[in-house]
Design a protein around this ligand. Structure first.
Ligand code: ZN
Length: 258
């Protein structure tokens, strides 16, 4: 599943292809996007920047128009040399941006919209996002303030998935970061001291930055999807149970996470 590192990795691959350039062709093959006339509205405009914030990706065009994408569980971005075979079927492409030597494709993206920069600034889904866990301007005090504003009885694992508290963490990074910091993801947030909350985030920041640079094969896998296996730290059997609103599985070691 795409988490913040996946989106930053995509942005890092798209940026050298598109930033500062005017795409030679823009296509929106899905019928639902035809009324938006994006090729006409974006044609002739330079891509000024390619930014990620948490799990959101923004392609900012000259003139204050921004393509906003969120992949949820199913979407992906691809960057290909011109003419190379795509990893998914062309029928699943939502957006194709071509330059002379490369093409950028979004597949199966459940959220893909063209917004004005003003709208990006006030849209509650975007304006309310917490600090980006991988962002260069991540501020610990802001994260702690958002964390303490939330319900102190909710488990820390839930709080980490709340994108208003911290943007970019998904199920894998929640499980692995709590494990690395020795914190039980079920412990109430109010009973997790600042130092431990920051230790969880420090691990996520450091490791997600590696994965954003090198790709998902660089992700740690100590407990995630290892339910029933022995803990690599203490040998206790790793447990799994559904957590958060859509009951996504969390993984933890009851022996060494407190
Ligand atoms: Zn353990």
């Amino acid at each position: 599943m795409p988490e913040g590192d996946t989106i930053h990795h995509a942005a890092n691959r798209i940026r050298p292809v598109l930033a500062g350039r005017e795409p030679s062709e823009i296509l929106t093959p899905q019928p639902r996007h035809r009324p938006g006339r994006w090729p006409e509205r974006l044609g002739g405009r330079v891509v000024e920047s390619v930014d990620a914030h948490g799990k959101h990706l923004f392609l900012r065009f000259a003139g204050g128009l921004t393509l906003h994408s969120h992949l949820r569980m199913t979407g992906s971005w691809g960057v290909y040399a011109a003419g190379a075979r795509w990893r998914r079927s062309p029928r699943r492409a939502w957006l194709i941006l071509r330059c002379e030597d490369a093409e950028v494709v979004q597949f199966d993206g459940p959220v893909l919209e063209l917004l004005s920069e003003d709208r990006v600034r006030v849209d509650p889904r975007l304006a309310g996002l917490g600090p980006d866990v991988i962002g260069p301007d991540f501020e610990e005090p802001l994260f702690l303030r958002r964390l303490r504003e939330g319900d102190p009885t909710r488990p820390i694992g839930d709080a980490l998935l709340d994108q208003r508290t911290l943007a970019g963490i998904g199920n894998l990074w929640k499980a692995e970061s709590c494990f690395a910091a020795g914190v039980d993801p079920w412990r109430r947030t109010g009973e997790v001291p600042d130092a431990e909350a920051l230790a969880i985030v420090a691990f996520a920041r450091e490791q997600m930055a590696v994965s954003a640079r090198d790709g998902f094969t660089a992700r740690p896998r100590a407990v995630y999807r290892r339910g029933g296996e022995p803990c690599p730290r203490c040998g206790t059997q790793i447990r799994r149970r559904g957590q958060w609103e859509d009951n996504r599985l969390t993984f933890w070691c009851p022996g060494c996470q407190r």
